[in-house]
Ligand binder design. Sequence first.
Ligand code: HEC
Ligand code: HEC
Ligand code: HEC
Ligand code: HEC
Ligand code: HEC
Length: 447
Amino acid sequence: MKNGEAIFLVILFVLSPLIGNCAEMGSFQYKDFKRPKRCGVCHREIYQEWRQSLMAQCFTHGWDQVEYFKLALPHALRLKKVSGVKAGCIACHSPISFLSGDIPPGPASAKTRANEGVSCEVCHNITGSTKKVPFNFSFIIKPGRVKQGPRRDARSPAHGVRYSKFIKSPEFCATCHDEQSPYGAWVKATYREWKAGPYSKEGTTCQDCHMYRAPGKPGIGGKMRADMAHHVFHGSHFASKLAGAVDLALYAKKANISPGSMLNLRAELFNGKVGHYIPSGSTEERMLWLEVWATDASGKKYSIPVDRKGFKGEKYTIADSSAMAYQAMGEIMGIKGFKGVKRDGNCPDGARIFRHPFFDPKGRMTICQWYTVDNTLVDYRIAPRETKIENYTWAVPRDIAPGPLSIKASLFYSEVPSSVGKFLRLPASEYAPILVNTTKLTLEVKK
Ligand code: HEC
Ligand code: HEC
Ligand code: HEC
Ligand code: HEC
Ligand code: HEC
């Protein structure tokens, strides 16, 4: 190889993570993108659906504001290794601000156009990805008169229309839904999970489950369609999407038990509805957990802990009220001697937690995805169509009341550990447990 070639290759190699990864910051202006309201004049139903979805709140939503302005932005200004997230967070959460070079944008209260989040003009101007297997905002955006759409025969009086195979593909969603941290850890992998699972093989896409279809008129003045794509984008922020997402069954070895004996229970959890792991997406902060409670005839309640299986990193998947974590938050906020907050929020001790722990450069569990160096120690989530079996061996207390013993198993989900939510003063609605499923069993305690 000649010297000149080698230097060229080295330059290319050094620059490629910067130029190859992403759309270009500051290459457009806000005025190149129309406001969603303008599109809503003719696309009424779609506009209403989008407005209620998280897509419209990608920037304004309480927790997003706190995480960016209180944690990620100050951290980016201080630590060189993570400086890229100052713009990077915004590239996915408010792409038109990123493309207009408005970095950092004003907070939601300043009511800038950053508040539009992931708008009509973001998605319908995306023409492709710079990466074959997309991640880290690798979308190519070309704003203008022509909108990218899913139909070959659409005609609009307001704009041009171009048929796009890309917009119908899961790779389109992957441009924002898969993410690598500055340390190279995969901190979001919803597309990659889907791709490795059964739904991709069957041809069921993200759009099929998150933009369901029904007869309707996508645009006033346009055609009636048998399969109009609804813009609901329901995910974990909608209890209706989570409800029953995992099937839950509970069995006891014996119907009759006696005080002082051993009770054996088995819980079976089947992910029959989710096209990727549950939880997915922001897994650094999501928790899905199973609580099992027994209530005796006198009304006394006992929490039943799960049996250990002995896999690597298991301790992170069993609730322990003495475990502290998330110390990086205090470090970033400049709180001296910060010991962290409870790792597992309000989960009762011994509950099984289906989660994917992330670790920072100091080996502490973290909710700061951008500060994640490793998350390969343990991943105890439920894969698409996977069944997880949990066993319980409980020493029935000697003083338990005779009569019916009710056993209740409940599967809860939370967006953020409640301990983190309280520490950062998030609205309670952002960390309240959401019931995914519950089931009951009645046994008899014989004297
Ligand atoms: C004056 C009314 C009007 C306005 C304003 C309008 N559209 Fe449309 N648009 C239509 C009609 C009519 C269709 C055709 C619908 C059909 O036949 O399925 C359409 C189709 C589309 C399609 C679908 C193309 C396809 O392949 O099915 C997209 C995407 C689209 N519009 C995006 C937008 C965006 C983004 C805006 C705002 C910048 C916007 N539209 C503003 C009337 C409008
Ligand atoms: C997160 C990306 C995203 C956002 C935001 C978004 N869309 Fe779409 N839109 C899509 C995708 C993907 C499809 C095609 C779905 C399919 O057919 O598989 C689509 C389809 C459409 C269609 C055609 C529907 C049909 O079935 O004919 C119209 C019209 C449309 N969008 C308008 C809008 C308008 C108006 C907004 C803003 C209020 C908007 N979209 C916001 C991704 C988005
Ligand atoms: C331009 C970036 C971008 C694209 C493209 C995109 N998303 Fe998103 N999506 C986001 C962001 C950012 C959020 C996080 C919202 C928040 O801040 O809580 C999100 C959230 C979601 C959620 C979670 C909502 C909830 O209730 O928890 C779903 C579901 C979702 N997107 C589906 C899709 C699908 C399906 C596609 C492809 C058709 C897609 N997204 C394309 C950026 C994008
Ligand atoms: C078979 C249906 C199905 C398919 C296919 C599917 N999803 Fe989902 N998705 C769900 C269900 C059900 C939930 C609610 C459970 C949950 O939050 O994990 C969900 C949740 C989500 C969430 C919120 C995750 C969380 O826990 O915060 C995101 C983001 C998301 N989906 C994006 C996608 C993307 C991107 C694709 C394609 C790569 C996709 N989904 C494919 C059914 C599906
Ligand atoms: C590659 C695109 C991308 C980048 C870069 C990105 N995000 Fe996100 N973010 C998403 C998507 C997609 C989701 C939705 C995942 C889900 O629903 O579980 C999300 C979810 C979130 C959530 C959770 C919202 C909730 O209600 O639970 C917060 C907070 C957040 N992001 C903040 C940030 C911050 C701060 C940064 C920069 C350090 C950042 N994001 C960088 C795409 C991105």
